[in-house]
Write a protein that binds this ligand. Structure first.
Ligand code: NAD
Length: 428
């Protein structure tokens, strides 16, 4: 999103085209799957706290719902674009298919910067977003969820608006709700933990003990923090994290060779994931430029911030020590960088497999909501582990059998499942 020359949708289509060739998909299936089935662009007029009026731009892209209702988060971001939303909706289709849950792919967004908006203004945007699209989303059509810079509170406002419009209770309209208001325990941890469940399996197939590994992480938000938490619990050592500093409009990396301490860093982090540089120095961290997280001499890299972060220009800076790249973020690696990762023989756990824990838990939230019976956290996380572990091994086995790069193997499984559903429905 930050780089105006980068187009996430072009990248998502390039990744799809490569695998469509591999699978020798027919023209009509390609045409259907390279683009969203439907998309909505709309204006959200808001009265600001100072009484002025402002119009925000909102989006929803429904890429494919052949396997079930659309599913995907809503991002609030100043550089949000229609193409980013399209790309993310396509990745959601593959993500739901790779973990084999009965959902399709969708994504939404609003061009805005919550850092500069009061809670009341954010609530007005949430309610305005729902009002513009209330007839085209819903529990059996398309189910939104939180994403970058949106949280359970935003989801609850959206649910409340949807229920007010439709005049009844629809807990299945949205996931990522607060616990106690229809949310699932474990949802906060799910994506980051899912990243580490797949990393743990990757290390296992390569015969490596997590205790003998080190990692560098880009991002210090929800995904990164929970990934760091579980990886550290497994015995791994994170030596570097990077995050965005809102005041400086720049990112920084924080390195401590003896290992970072998550709880300690949390105490000096603002609500958007920015870490206080001076306080970090006081705690013995070196403050480096934002890009340096990728240059660290570690075994594992975990990009968990935004898309387009591992590119042709910086992939060459990856240390020869690095053996694994586990993609917590969506679309962090460009196709050009992928070529270099293959040459460097780095084992990649691709985004839509590695970070599928979030949507899997959202699916569990819907299941629990439908039963009106909620599991304890351990049950949620055990079921999550089991889903993520089987998805990892299905992809890994395909990559070994067909001699494919992990990303291509994950695409092969997902695209075959979605194409089959489209064929079976007579769409292509
Ligand atoms: P978040 O808003 O909680 O955190 C984002 C983090 O990225 C923040 O710490 C911020 O400081 C950091 N950041 C932003 N720009 C940066 C930059 N240029 N350099 C370094 N750090 C930067 O978001 P999140 O929920 O943790 O999501 C992170 C990524 O994971 C996104 O790509 C998102 O789409 C993806 N993802 C999230 C979920 C989920 O359940 N939260 C699920 C699947 C995928």
């Amino acid at each position: 999103m930050a780089d105006p020359g980068f187009n996430a949708f072009a990248m998502a289509q390039a990744q799809f085209d490569k695998v469509a060739d591999l699978l020798e998909l027919d023209e009509s299936t390609r045409e259907l799957l390279r683009n969203p089935l439907r998309e909505y662009h709309f204006s959200i007029p808001i009265t600001m706290d100072d009484g002025s009026h402002k119009v925000f731009r909102g989006f929803r892209s429904q890429h494919n719902d052949a396997r079930g209702p659309g599913k995907g988060g809503i991002r609030f971001h100043p550089q949000e674009t229609a193409d980013t939303v399209r790309a993310l909706s396509m990745w959601m289709t593959w993500k739901c298919a790779v973990v084999d849950i009965p959902l399709g792919g969708a994504k939404g967004g609003v061009i805005c910067n919550p850092h500069n908006l009061s809670m009341r203004e954010q609530e007005a945007i949430c309610r305005g977003w729902v009002r513009q699209i209330a007839k085209n989303i819903g529990p059996i059509q398309d189910v939104p969820a939180p994403d970058v810079m949106t949280n359970p509170q935003h989801m609850l406002w959206m649910l409340d608006e949807y229920e007010a419009i439709h005049g009844a209770k629809y807990p299945g309209f949205i996931t990522g709700k607060p616990v106690g208001m229809g949310g699932s325990l474990g949802r906060t941890e799910a994506t980051g933990y899912g990243v580490i469940f797949t990393l743990r399996e990757a290390l296992k197939v390569k015969g490596i003990d997590p205790k003998d590994t080190t990692a560098s992480v880009q991002g210090f938000g929800n995904v990164a923090r929970h990934a760091i938490q579980l990886y550290t619990k497994l015995g791994g050592k994170v030596i570097c994290v990077s995050s965005w500093d809102e005041a400086d409009q720049a990112s920084y990396s924080f390195r401590r060779i003896s290992g970072i301490n998550l709880d300690e860093l949390m105490t000096i982090t603002d609500k958007f994931g920015g870490i206080d540089k001076e306080k970090a120095k006081g705690l013995g961290y070196e403050v480096l430029s934002g890009g340096e997280w990728i240059e660290q001499e570690v075994d594992i890299l975990i990009p968990a911030a935004l898309e387009n972060q591992v590119r042709e220009d910086n992939v060459v800076k990856i240390s020869p020590k690095v053996k694994f790249l586990v993609e917590g973020a969506n679309g962090p690696t460009t196709p050009a960088a992928d070529k270099v990762l293959i040459e460097k023989n780095i084992f990649v756990v691709p985004d839509f497999l590695a970070n599928a824990g979030g949507v899997t838990c959202s699916y569990f939230e819907q299941v629990q909501g439908n039963m009106n019976y909620f599991w304890d956290k351990e049950e949620v996380l055990t079921k999550l582990d089991s889903k993520m572990t089987s998805a990892f091994h299905a992809v890994y086995d395909t990559s070994v059998k067909k001699k494919l790069y992990m990303r291509d193997a994950a695409y092969v499984i997902s695209i075959m499942r979605v194409a089959q559903a489209c064929h079976d429905r007579g769409w292509c």
